[in-house]
Design a protein around this ligand. Structure first.
Ligand SMILES: Cc1cc2nc3c(=O)[nH]c(=O)nc-3n(C[C@H](O)[C@H](O)[C@H](O)COP(=O)(O)OP(=O)(O)OC[C@H]3O[C@@H](n4cnc5c(N)ncnc54)[C@H](O)[C@@H]3O)c2cc1C
Length: 420
């Protein structure tokens, strides 16, 4: 059997390595001393801490769902929930997505928004829908008022970047494209939104996404604390890792694509140029705090207002009671964009609802990829030049795509078909 090395044991690496075992002898190399990448969790005095992401699972793709449920007993091992997301505006909880809950806003806001939406509806036929960037798309679809109230401040906060520079191709399949008529009808008939991927979701009964990591790791050959810092080609056209300490026929790289330029040592000018072209792609990080909170029934709470530094509270303690084993209250995670010092975060907790008590902190420097115009074509060119050497890219930071877990699995399935 041919040998394959998978670099990275996040959900992408764990998924592709399971898929490749039909045709390859697979080994995973992971620089951290624990598998899981972004979806790793810790227990803090009995309470579950999602250190970064991968909180809930669902997919719109039947093939992804079928593959995923081959590895788990959905009814015995998972809980199913319907999202109850809220937006905190003017100290009031408003339903999510905001455009479906306009009737919960103060009357003057509702009037301004509806006036604008109606005039947009009248002009819809002549509307130019070829938006150039994310900001124009949001204003074009939701109007200036909803942009001012929610879409602008929330997205600028979480992406920590000028969203007028973010191209629209990035959005492919990520956001539902609401029809204004449907927005108005939803507000009248008070219909719950159900098209978003996490409108309902699955969550492990125990250990959150760490449970997913543990199950997908079972039976796999994972070499922890192994940092891949060099990849070269041998004289008989195989791939050598870290000065030949491992030789393989194929590599799937699930790490940060920006670092490949200093890892790949192959004399090929085209490859070099394509590697250099991606070294400065921008990304964003997340600081977060695991907290105890007062009881509520919310899944997650968005905090668009500038007066809050945090952008979201995820009530992870509501996803499974087993997440709160160290407290007689509930737990949640408060998220901040970028690096925040602990004092700022502690001050902020006092302003947020729920009488929050901090239990643990984490900072992940790379949690969100930011795409600009041309990013996708740079990655496509790099994929082509790497494929000549049997090196493939997979995952959120390797393909520079805003993947959730299901999209990472979908991409692994596509790569597996290519390599079979
Ligand atoms: C705040 C937040 C919330 C999220 N919530 C959800 C959610 O609710 N549902 C959902 O489906 N998705 C969610 N996601 C997305 C989800 O976390 C990602 O899609 C997924 O974790 C990406 O996995 P990955 O394997 O592609 O990358 P990673 O998890 O980053 O894995 C890459 C791995 O490669 C290893 N590595 C890198 N370089 C090397 C090297 N040179 N040598 C050896 N090892 C290396 C790293 O240590 C890491 O373990 C969320 C993401 C964030 C940031």
């Amino acid at each position: 059997m041919k040998k394959a090395i998978v670099i990275g044991s996040g959900v992408s690496g764990l998924s592709i390595s399971r898929m490749l075992t039909d045709n390859y002898e697979v080994q995973i190399l992971e620089k951290s001393d624990k598998a899981g990448g972004l979806i790793k969790c810790d227990r803090i005095d009995g309470n579950l801490f999602h250190k970064v992401g991968g909180h809930v699972f669902n997919s719109k793709d039947t093939a992804v769902l079928n593959w995923f449920w081959q590895h788990f007993d959905r009814d015995q091992e998972f809980l199913k929930a319907t999202r109850n997301a809220k937006i905190l505006l003017n100290n009031k909880l408003i339903g999510y997505p905001l455009e479906n809950y306009l009737y919960q806003l103060p009357e003057n806001e509702t009037r301004a928004i509806v006036d604008e939406l109606i005039s947009m509806l009248v002009a819809e036929k002549e509307k130019d829908t070829s938006y150039d960037n994310f900001k124009d798309f949001l204003i074009g679809n939701f109007g200036e008022n909803l942009y001012r109230l929610y879409f602008g401040p929330y997205n600028s906060k979480i992406w920590h970047t000028d969203i007028s520079k973010v191209p629209l191709e990035w959005l492919d399949g990520k956001l539902p494209m609401p029809q204004i008529k449907e927005v108005i009808i939803s507000n009248i008939v008070k219909k719950e939104e159900s098209t978003m991927v996490h409108a309902s979701f699955f969550y492990p009964k125990r250990d959150g996404s760490q449970f997913i990591v543990n199950r997908l790791s079972e039976g796999q050959n994972i070499n922890l604390s192994f940092n891949v810092d060099e990849i070269s080609v041998t004289t008989n056209n195989q791939l050598a890792i870290n000065n030949g300490s491992i030789v393989t026929d194929l590599i799937v790289y699930c790490g940060d694509v920006r670092k490949l330029n200093s890892i790949v040592s192959i004399e090929d000018n085209i490859l070099k140029a394509t590697l250099e072209a991606v070294t400065d792609l921008p990304s964003n990080g997340t600081s977060n705090v695991l907290c105890e909170t007062d009881d509520n029934d919310i899944s997650w709470l968005y905090l668009p207002e500038e007066k809050f530094k945090a952008h979201r509270i995820i009530y992870t303690g509501n996803f499974s009671d087993t997440n709160n084993e160290g407290t007689n209250r509930k737990t949640c995670v408060v998220e901040f964009s970028g690096k925040q010092d602990q004092e700022t975060m502690l001050e902020e907790l006092k302003n947020l609802p729920g009488n929050l008590k901090p239990l643990a902190f984490n900072y992940e420097p790379n949690s969100y990829i930011i795409q600009h115009k041309g990013t996708r074509s740079k990655i496509t060119e790099l994929k082509t030049s790497l494929a000549k050497y049997n090196i493939y890219l997979l995952g959120r930071f390797a393909e520079w795509e805003y993947y959730n877990m299901d999209k990472a699995i979908e991409s692994a399935m596509e790569l597996n078909r290519k390599l079979a």
